[in-house]
Design a protein around this ligand. Structure first.
Ligand SMILES: Cc1cc2nc3c(=O)[nH]c(=O)nc-3n(C[C@H](O)[C@H](O)[C@H](O)COP(=O)(O)OP(=O)(O)OC[C@H]3O[C@@H](n4cnc5c(N)ncnc54)[C@H](O)[C@@H]3O)c2cc1C
Length: 385
């Protein structure tokens, strides 16, 4: 039987973030075990996020921008971001950087194997890896084991953020390297809310991604068709080389994720509800969560003293999901009003759950009221009673 101070089940984004924050605190002398089924050696995703603050990852950011573009039929604007920045961090850089630092610490251990269970014990919890049990007073769990998530359809909403992107290289100077495109709604809305997202690396190279917030995934041909149509008809681009492909799906739901499913087990990352339900952004929220967990462990010797999710923000997420689900084809119009009628910092603060009630009134007054009132009526109260 092997014992540790903390076991982190899942060494992906959330698990490595928590371990890395522990290493940068007075928890650096604890015995920590990080378990994953694989060493993270692939560039399997990139994380983008806006932020006003510096982070532990500033030295490995792949790009940082001070402007963002918004486009829809009939409306285009470039926003100056400061004091915010829009950041891009490549998965492979994050995995290499954090794993290298953690491996240098003799008391931080990696174990590669398949976790089949996280079990509660009288004074702690155990993680079963390839049939062998490992114990600790606390287990931090980012794993979805079969049967653990039970959707409650009818009470909560379930959409997917699903996307496919190409890193493309062009002969002509097409892209504006100083200004990514957060939303370009000049694309078909026949499947529901669909937009194009562009991260430019130079005038000749960019990640161009088609993204949907809908209940159903598309076929591979549908994503390809949307990308080809956009490049041809909006960017007037006929000649390009595809260097890399990124594809993924992120669950968007307002169903609460229990943070403490058993007395000494805490969920983190996606499993801990750190994906913002209405946007799919999780990276920065997970960093804040990791900081809060470390602070709680240092001050109280347990991770339970962390800020609670704001009730109001949960209600807004539920309403946004309902509006997207019911009014997919109107989202271009709704987002255009949102971006036309609000300064960008109010939108960021709203999505970061930092706004005052007055700011929130201004946000909701800036968009067509009917879909939001209907959404509130149909579901908002149902899930919050
Ligand atoms: C393609 C993609 C792009 C994204 N882009 C962004 C973005 O730009 N900005 C943003 O904020 N968010 C983004 N997200 C959302 C979110 O940040 C990521 O999904 C993030 O990786 C979630 O972290 P996690 O630790 O919960 O899950 P993961 O990073 O997936 O980590 C889970 C880990 O558990 C391991 N594992 C699973 N089951 C087992 C088992 N039984 N035994 C052992 N190990 C196991 C896996 O190997 C994995 O390493 C993106 C998501 C995807 C899929």
């Amino acid at each position: 039987m092997k014992k540790f101070d903390y076991i982190i089940a899942g060494g992906g984004m959330a698990g490595l973030s928590l371990a890395y924050h522990m290493l940068h605190s007075r928890l650096d002398d604890r015995q920590v075990l990080i378990v994953d089924r694989q060493p993270k050696t692939e560039n399997d995703r990139t994380w983008s996020f806006w932020s006003r603050e510096s982070s532990l990852y500033d030295s490995i950011l792949y790009r940082q921008w001070k402007e963002l573009q918004f486009h829809s039929p009939g409306y285009s604007k470039t926003y100056a971001l400061p004091p915010y920045r829009y950041n891009m961090l490549r998965g492979i850089d994050f995995y290499q950087h954090t794993q290298m630092a953690l491996r240098k610490a003799p008391n931080y251990h990696f174990l590669y194997g398949d976790v089949s269970a996280v079990n509660s014990l009288p004074n702690g919890a155990e993680v079963v890896v390839d049939g062998q049990a490992y114990q600790a007073p606390w287990v931090f769990d980012s794993l979805y084991l079969p049967g653990q998530f039970k959707p409650q359809k009818g009470r909560y909403r379930y959409l997917w953020q699903h996307f496919k992107g190409w890193i493309i290289e062009t002969q002509d100077a097409i892209f504006e390297p100083q200004a990514p495109t957060l939303f370009d709604f000049r694309t078909s809305q026949k499947h529901g809310m669909q937009f194009i997202y562009i991260l430019p690396f130079s005038e000749h190279q960019a990640l161009v991604e088609v993204t949907l917030f809908t209940g159903n995934l598309l076929s591979d041909e549908d994503y390809d068709d949307a990308l080809q149509t956009y490049l041809r008809e909006v960017l007037n681009l006929h000649d390009y080389e595809i260097l890399e492909t990124e594809q993924g799906q992120i669950p968007m739901t307002d169903q609460p994720f229990p943070r403490f499913p058993s007395p000494y087990q805490m969920t983190i990352g996606t499993k801990g509800g750190r994906v913002k339900a209405s946007t799919g952004y999780a990276f920065l929220r997970t960093q804040h969560d990791s900081q809060a967990i470390v602070r709680s462990l240092l001050d109280h010797n347990q991770p339970t003293h962390i800020p609670r999710d704001r009730r109001r923000a949960r209600l807004y997420d539920a309403i946004m999901l309902e509006v997207m689900d019911r009014n997919g084809e109107r989202m271009a119009e709704i987002f255009t009003d949102l971006f036309r009628n609000n300064p960008i910092d109010r939108i960021f603060r709203f999505l970061d759950e930092e706004t005052s009630p007055l700011d929130e009134v201004k946000v909701f007054a800036s968009v067509p009221s009917r879909p939001f009132i209907e959404a509130l009526f149909h579901t908002g109260f149902r899930s919050f009673k």
